[in-house]
Design a protein around this ligand. Structure first.
Ligand code: PAF
Length: 277
């Protein structure tokens, strides 16, 4: 597996593999089984798989955890290798933002999708995500790019960008990977101590209660949200809503085009989860 740290090296790597289909898995490192399943999916369906490891400063707010975000490059490189990746791209901030963070063209997703839910709590977060993802797409030119359904709003906004900007990239949405107690895997789970971990398990319980209602054709959003909220008692819930694929709240679940999205805080740790109906 090749470790690529510069844009020049990346260009040489791509030249040596031209005419092969490239699968791309963008990450911020601190890899867990969720990332590994994205990488394995890419490895099975493309000639070449490139994983990026880059903690992107433009998607963190001033009071967020950019400085302390877990960074474990050596371990991540080993994990990428074990999952079968062909290359890891590890750019520096200066390399991806050579003109500085405040002196370049910025992308803004539509407010209706970006200023709600996560965007209401993290202003400009999705603008920062699109900035870096578009740069990485342009540098790597993948045929397929792999994103987890766990970050549902991010996934839907990236799909919107790809569609609106006519990018010739297939976005592959991959199922959330959960631990043995059904907690969705996230790099931030390492912040949970054993008490908050137990509390966090209320989130997958809420998801299960929503799924059981939908399975018996109980499709009223309010009922489903209330059942989920009942399970979440004791957590600080930022939102718990049924939405469509444009992230608009809806009165009734429409099968195959709606989801329940949840964000809740357990102490200082903010956790996201969702289920797609
Ligand atoms: O989901 C993430 O890890 C990040 O938001 C992404 C897509 C790698 C962009 O920095």
């Amino acid at each position: 597996m090749q470790i690529i740290r510069t844009i020049e090296e990346l260009r040489v790597f791509k030249k040596n593999h031209c005419s092969k289909s490239i699968g791309f898995v963008p990450t911020m490192g601190a890899l867990h089984l969720g990332h590994l399943s994205l990488i394995k999916n890419s490895v099975s369906n493309n000639d070449i798989t490139i994983v990026s490891l880059f903690v992107n400063p433009t998607q963190f707010g001033v009071n967020e955890d950019f400085d302390i975000y877990p960074r474990m490059e050596d371990k991540d490189i080993e994990l990428c290798k074990s999952a079968g990746a062909d290359a890891v791209f590890i750019p520096s901030i200066d390399m991806l933002y050579p003109n500085g963070l405040d002196n370049e063209v910025i992308l803004f997703p539509p407010k209706k999708m970006a200023n709600v839910f996560e965007g209401a709590f993290r202003s400009n977060h999705f603008s920062g995500v699109l900035r870096v993802v578009l740069k990485l797409f342009n540098l790597i030119n993948p045929s397929n790019a792999y994103f987890g359904k766990k970050d549902a709003q991010q996934l839907l906004i990236i799909k919107k960008m790809v569609n609106d900007l006519f990018l010739d990239i297939n976005i592959v949405s991959c199922d959330t990977i959960r631990d043995k107690n059904n907690l969705a895997l996230s790099s931030r789970n390492i912040y949970l101590d054993s008490r908050s971990y137990e509390m966090a398990l209320k989130i997958p319980q809420a998801i299960r209660s929503a799924i059981s209602l939908v399975m018996v054709n109980n499709l009223e959003s309010k009922k489903i949200e209330n059942a989920a909220l009942d399970c979440l008692k004791g957590l600080d819930v930022d939102y718990c809503n049924i939405v469509d694929l444009n992230l608009e709240t809806i009165d009734m679940v429409k099968k195959d085009s709606s989801l329940l999205i949840i964000a809740a805080r357990v102490g200082k740790v903010r956790l996201l989860d969702n289920c797609w109906f």
